[in-house]
Design a protein around this ligand. Sequence first.
Ligand code: MN
Ligand code: MN
Length: 272
Amino acid sequence: MIARCPDVILVGIPFDENSSFLRGAAQAPSKIREALHSSSANLSTEFGRDLGAEPRFRDAGDLSLPSGAVAFAAIEQGVAELLENGDRMVALGGDHAITYPIIRAFAKRYDRLSVLHLDAHPDLYDEFDGNRLSHACPFARIMEEGLIGQLVQMGIRTMTPEQKAQAERFGVEVVTAVQWTNEIGAKFGGPMYLSLDLDVLDPAFAPGLSHHEPGGVSVRDVLSAVQSIRAPLIGADIVEYNPVRDVNGVTAMVAAKCLKEVVDRMLSAAGQ
Ligand code: MN
Ligand code: MN
């Protein structure tokens, strides 16, 4: 019997209560969808796959979330339900704090998940401003709970001594912005998860972000890194887009472009 090809389900997670500096990322999912479907562009990926004519790509809308710490249980539950039939999922944040409950849901289905985390920041603080669920902390929570098998962070350019100690403690492989390689995807086996914090990009390419960290990479670099993925990519998130800071919606279009190429990898034969 031939197994059914998994669908790719898009879900919005409009939650930014754990942002340490600015709110606004909760408004991102609807703005990214608008950009994705804008008549100024089309839905074809760079490999020529028309996502507009792709029955396996479905939009589940946004999760409806309560306020406060209980939102994390709701995110975990909502994602677990989307994964029930063996489908793949790409989530639109929200701030980066949402990756922790998302990964908790994935960890129930997948042993020893490999995670590629693209970000200016390692997000490994034990706590930030007294908040252990801060968007500066998700990978500390994920690693201390042993939820995944491998974490590779790339694009990092804000490492602090505390987070360096955390990276060593948890065995995180850190590839700095200086060491960036467009071929990173080729080094992963599956199943694989991609967490894309858009502030890995230079603010020149993506002004619509809460944390402008100069010295970042280009949109082309991120697309190339995504396109180098050969392992089964079973989950992804695209986080930290902040429409309040955007200029003419340019960052929404960047997020939509990244989304298209991530979905292409999830649908590809190489990724089965
Ligand atoms: Mn982050
Ligand atoms: Mn970041």
